[in-house]
Ligand binder design. Structure first.
Ligand code: FMN
Length: 570
């Protein structure tokens, strides 16, 4: 694991440093990577409390001093060791300055890899540690949610004893790899009606929520294939009153959402029925949320990063396997005025019910099938790589099973559009990918999705296609000795790459397999250039994608990294 030691003692041969050295040797002997930062040798100022970091700084500190080195190391660390002499009943001032500067980025969500903390303290008197331990408990265990794996102390002016040094050595030597299995709550109340003959339940399900239904759909394909007539007949027979919002665009616009919310408010709509793919369902979710606000507008909710707890009930009839919106708590809305495509989430956005009939995807154009498939694949892959092998093993295997299903069944669906088994596998994979079963115990870190949303926001391209272009480049960019085993595992467990290779060679074969799937099997164009995209907006896009800071993941990506990945896609 990666260990960061912040040594707050100015004395290079003092007791604190002696403890650090013994620990470092033990941990290094055990194969861990240890970075010791002697903070007293650094130019690190105290926090200015200017709030730049929490406003336009997007979690970056305005002061460009040696603290940047600490921030970088902190994002990679799994274990943080705070080592300090006791000065006036507390940690040394130099270390305290560093801790105060955690304010910029020291939040649980921004440090997904950091799991544990330990403390080494040296003092003149015995049992003088209350101040330091108060910070350990309040700031690191409670606020950052870290597991305290040990406190080691020495006191008095005599040299640190051999026993104590041995104790510190053993502590380092016996460290266990951190687990990435976080606590989690699983609650997905969506009732899924899956299969060919489930519409018998539709009217009954919709009528549970009231009489007035807003039916939301896209460009009219549901009128051509008879689905519109079928649904309206079933609802009308049950005595339900139907209102309509047609013409939802791919990458649904906030203005379309607002039009739907206006209908809801004017007509007193009870339930929103989405009939379509991810865009239609996302639009319906936006409508359901905006309809409950005073001004009926969705963008303030999106911009305000509001977790939606109140919305009209949503029911989805799925016609494309792709976004997972039919079973998740998220909607992605686009505002083309400002080139922003961004998610809005909330428990209230999980549909009450989803009707998933694989036959409804038979008539999808091959391009939509291919793009949808890559979207599903990448929803899983984005999560899969957060922690590599150290994650929740059962969940990792389930993620691989879903990706394998996509790789296996998409070519079948492309060759035989009416193959029920293929369509059913893809449809259920879509729902599984984002209904949070595959997130259990992990942190969702959607690297490729964050980068692709910018492409769709600026160029209105099909999301799954953008992902297919970005994903192999991202894998190439993050490939190094530390990531090679995890990438190689994707090859062996999902694409059938042979086992027993050197991890770097295996990882390269895995990336080739992803490219083969995206560009040969799915037949998608390989470059952004072919989609008429050049580098004009890359810097701004990278700024948005990183929220001005970085995208966390198996390799954290800062803005330069993101621009470099976009350039690889040209
Ligand atoms: C400025 C200063 C304040 C100190 N305050 C305390 C104190 O409050 N309680 C205590 O027990 N020792 C105190 N000490 C003693 C140190 O904690 C002790 O010498 C410790 O071993 C120093 O760690 P080091 O060897 O890593 O530098 C203080 C020392 C200094 C220089």
């Amino acid at each position: 694991m990666n260990i960061l030691v912040l040594n707050g003692s100015p004395r290079p041969k003092g007791h604190t440093k002696t403890m650090v050295n013994a620990f470092e040797k033990g941990a290094t002997d055990a194969g861990h990577t240890v970075k010791v930062i002697d903070v007293c040798r650094k130019n690190i100022k105290g926090c200015l409390a200017c709030e730049y970091c929490h406003t336009k700084g997007n979690f970056n500190c305005v002061q460009k001093d040696d603290m940047q080195e600490v921030y970088d190391a902190l994002r990679e660390a799994n274990l943080l060791v705070l080592a300090s002499p006791i000065y006036y009943h507390n940690l040394s001032g130099q270390l305290k300055c560093v801790i105060d500067r955690f304010y910029a980025t020291g939040m649980k969500a921004l440090l997904p890899k950091l799991k544990q903390v330990a403390m080494f303290l040296a003092s003149g008197d015995e049992d003088i540690y209350d101040g330091a331990l108060y910070s350990l408990k309040g700031d690191f265990e409670d606020f950052l949610g870290l597991e305290n794996i040990g406190v080691f102390t020495v006191h008095g002016e005599e040299e640190v004893s051999e026993e104590k040094k041995q104790e510190l050595y053993e502590f380092g030597r016996n460290l266990k790899e951190v687990t990435f299995m976080n606590d989690f709550i699983f609650h997905n109340p969506d009732k899924v009606y899956f299969g060919k003959n489930q519409f018998t339940h539709l009217a009954e399900e919709v009528s549970k929520y009231g009489k007035k239904v807003l039916m939301v759909y896209g460009g009219g394909s549901i009128k051509k294939n008879g689905l519109y007539d079928q649904v309206t007949k079933l609802l009308t027979e049950k005595g339900l009153e139907i209102f309509e919002l047609a013409g939802v665009e791919p990458n649904p616009r906030h203005t379309t959402v607002d039009r739907g919310a206006e209908i809801c408010k004017q007509e007193g709509i009870d339930v929103v029925l989405a009939v379509g793919g991810g865009s239609t369902i996302d639009c319906s979710k936006g409508i359901a949320a905006a309809a409950k606000t005073e001004d009926g507008k969705v963008w303030p909710l999106v911009e305000g990063n509001v977790w939606v707890t109140d919305a009209l009930p949503i029911i989805a009839i799925l016609t494309n396997a792709a976004t997972g919106s039919e079973m998740d708590a998220w909607a992605v809305i686009s505002n083309m005025d400002v080139n922003v495509k961004i998610g809005i989430g909330g428990d209230a956005l999980i549909p009450k019910a989803a009707f998933e009939n694989p036959e409804l995807t038979y008539s999808l154009p091959a391009y939509q099938t291919a793009c949808g498939a890559f979207d599903i694949f990448n929803h899983v892959l984005d999560n899969y790589y957060l922690a590599g092998d150290a994650t929740f093993d059962m969940v990792l295997e389930m993620q691989e099973a879903v990706m394998r299903a996509v790789v296996k069944w998409t070519p079948v669906a492309l060759a035989e559009p009416e193959n029920y088994e293929a369509r059913a596998n893809l449809m259920w994979a879509s729902s599984m990918a984002l209904n949070t079963i595959l997130d259990a115990g992990t942190v969702h870190a959607p690297a490729c999705h964050a980068m692709e949303h910018e492409l769709s926001a600026y160029y209105d391209i099909t999301h799954g296609h953008g992902l297919a272009i970005v994903t192999p480049r991202w894998l190439k960019y993050i490939l190094d000795e530390s990531t090679a085993p995890a990438i190689y595992r994707l090859g062996t467990h999902v694409f059938g790459v042979e086992a027993g290779l050197d991890p770097m060679d295996g990882a390269k074969k895995a990336i080739e397999a992803v490219e083969h799937f995206a560009f040969d099997v799915l037949g998608l164009k390989k470059t952004l250039t072919e989609l008429n995209i050049n580098e004009e907006h890359f810097v701004d896009m990278a700024k948005h994608a990183s929220m001005g800071a970085f995208i966390p993941g198996i390799k954290n990506l800062n803005q330069e990294d993101i621009v470099a990945i976009y350039k690889m896609c040209l």
